[in-house]
Design a protein around this ligand. Structure first.
Ligand SMILES: [Zn+2]
Length: 70
């Protein structure tokens, strides 16, 4: 199994600010606070982590087994 990508660029849907973040290797992150406008991001319906909804790279569990954490 190849190593998951842990760097993802999160783009804030409110202000458009993009910031590279390091994802936890085996967990999902449900909340993310934009460092520029302070918006509290939550995943879209059907996603369970902000990286799947707003990141340039999906979260490590999704990369590894095609599903987010449940
Ligand atoms: Zn923002």
């Amino acid at each position: 199994m190849s190593a998951p990508i842990l760097q993802s660029v999160l783009t804030c849907p409110r202000c458009g600010y993009a910031k590279e973040e390091t994802m936890p290797a085996d967990a999902c992150q449900f909340y993310y606070e934009c460092t520029r406008c302070g918006a509290l991001l939550k995943p879209d319906a059907g996603d369970c982590c902000v990286f799947c909804s707003f990141g340039s790279v999906e979260c490590p569990p999704m990369q590894a087994r095609g599903s987010c954490c449940i």
